[in-house]
Design a protein around this ligand. Structure first.
Ligand code: THU
Length: 157
């Protein structure tokens, strides 16, 4: 038997103003995206914004459905759009904002797996910024850090 320990470090800031102007802009865009969420069932509005390596910012929000499981999170709405339209540009930073809670919110399992796929594909970590209504920001170093012992394409043979 061998014991393994998984640890990762992340930061929590009280306010976006403690971060770079570039990150503040990205968070601002994710907030604007959250205002366009289609979340009539949960009333939980989430927005996401991605900074591409060409400097462009793309946005997305959660899109729900009367058939609840059909709904898509903000992160996956955005990642699919980003990769469908700009596959040639790396995804450098991702900001996620929630408008309707002061609690810390973190991506769901499906979004973590999706983020991981694109992160592995580009061989470069995607820095993640999680922002809520209280203004606090959690900074995560990568998608992989959120998903220990993950499944990936190297296991397919
Ligand atoms: N949701 C997101 O869009 N992103 C997250 O990181 C967490 C959850 C959405 C899915 C659903 O529309 C609503 O929030 C409530 O779960």
């Amino acid at each position: 038997m061998s014991k393994k320990i998984y640890q990762f470090e992340y930061q929590k800031y009280k306010n976006p103003s403690e971060l770079s102007q570039e990150v503040q802009n990205l968070i601002e865009e994710s907030k604007k995206a959250a205002e366009k969420a289609y979340a009539p069932y949960s009333k939980f509005r989430v927005g996401a914004a991605i900074l591409l390596e060409n400097g462009e910012i793309l946005k997305g929000s959660n899109q729900e459905n009367a058939s609840y499981p059909v709904g898509v999170c903000a992160e996956r709405t955005l990642l699919s759009f980003a990769h469908a339209n700009y596959p040639e540009f790396k995804k450098v930073k991702l900001a996620v904002s929630v408008l309707d809670t002061d609690k810390d919110v973190s991506p769901c399992g499906l979004c973590r797996q999706t983020l991981l796929e694109y992160e592995a594909l580009q061989s470069q970590p995607i820095e993640i910024f999680l922002h809520n209504q209280s203004g606090s920001v959690i900074v995560l170093p990568s998608a992989a850090s959120l998903l220990p012992l993950h499944f990936n394409n190297e296991m397919l043979s």
